[in-house]
Design a protein around this ligand. Sequence first.
Ligand code: F6P
Length: 555
Amino acid sequence: MTTPPMTDPALIDKSPAWQALLKHQQVLENTTLEQLFAQNPQRGQRFKASAAGLYFDYSKNLFSDETLGLLNELANQAQLSAAIEELFSGADVNNTEHRPALHTALRNPAASSGKLASALTQMRDAMNAFADRLRQGSEFGASGKVFRDVINLGIGGSDLGPRMIVAAFPELQAEGLRSHFAANVDSDVLKGILNQCQPETTLFLISSKSFSTLETLSNAGLAREWLEAAGFDNAQIACHFAAMTSQIEKAQHWGIKSERIFPMDESVGGRFSLWSSIGLPIAIALGSEAFRQLLDGASAMDRHFRSAPFSDNLPVLHGLLSIWSINFNDHHSRAVLPYIHRLGELPNYLQQLTMESLGKRVTKTGQACTYATGPVIWGSEGTNGQHSCHQLLLQGIGAVPVDFIATAKAHCQTLQHQYLLANCLAQSRALMLGKSYAQALEETRASGLDEDEAAQLAIHKAIPGNRVSNTLLLEEFTPQTLGALLAFYEHSVYVQSVIWQINAFDQWAVELGKTMSSAVLEALRQTQQDSDLDSSSKALIKHIQAHRTAPPKID
Ligand code: F6P
């Protein structure tokens, strides 16, 4: 497929700074992390930055002072400062949908224009008041019983952020009020939750910016059926639903009472929306005060991102070093390893934030990118990953840059927190230093093996090292520092999108899967094979139909 020729400004990889970085990388490629630390024993002290309750150690990346200077030059040639101002000033940074990206306005409404500011403040006050009423036991179902279970029906950005944050602070959950999250269309998910709940005391939150996502509406339909089976009529059912959406009329048409609809602005992207009314389950589970603290933490990071010089700017440093890893060191994935069980859902959240924002192949002006863009983001909580994926991180072919995340002040029992920290810092050291063949041979000889066996086994025990990582320490684990951490990643993603000249705020590809699934669904429901599907899909459908016990229920 050939994209139309564009006569737009040169792509960033044609810029002088990019070309200089390519040359510079060739010079630096034979330098190891160990050598860089030997050349400057204070490297760990030098290459760190702090802001908004986060300490960011980026010293274990393979760069020199010259590298940072060239990356800074690249940021200038990409007009990063202007792009940051555009984001905060409400310019249409989402150019293909002709919209701003208002997530920063959500945590600092006062900085927005009058009309928008009052709308955002009004929305937040309404959702917080509703959340607090639920927590105080002053919101009731149709039969007059207090709500005991709140089930969020949403997916992607309408699920991942709230799910992660609610899981992070179990001790803040109001007595007698439980939170649940159902995202997948697989009915086992919602069924498993409903088995724990009573219709009279259950509230459903339909969380959907578009109010048209198949999974969410399917789950909402099952929820409605569950209440109907309990004998509720439409008026009674309406008492058991609320909605967070930008599509007010669709929600009303579905049967949501107007006073239970919490609006969100079209200009808030799904993966950036936990700060909006999509965050209602957070305010319900943690309380409005904790939700305010979360936004305050993000706002503190916003102020830092907007004002700090690039050399001290945490999101800019993380974003530029990601560019250095991806485009100049050929590392196309990044592992996020939070050594905090409370943040076990963070890798999933960052997967959508990063991959749905940066998984693009054309620039904002429609030119084909002639360079790599978005990385694959994955991860697991530490120390669990040490017993699953760390073997590859340490000894596999090809390095995977790692973001380690931990708390400086204990978030759990002191001794176990020390174990977590010792393992987290040790893994970062192990990636950097590895184990030389000589060290491995010394070990195998000391184990009593004969010389040949010792020499042979040492080959398998040697670990290359020279693998890069960042370490982020939250001063303590609070809603504020978590808000700052999430805003840090939002802004690093934005920095990378600006350098690559891509739109971080649209997601046109996800539509393809939705439209194709409608055609497959149609074929699955037919008995004859007259669809124009490919032969693989047809054969699969034929095999599936051969296993069908009864014709599918057509909604
Ligand atoms: O994955 C596509 C997407 O549109 C995400 O961007 C969004 O967070 C998710 O689906 C859910 O969308 P909605 O909130 O409109 O149901």
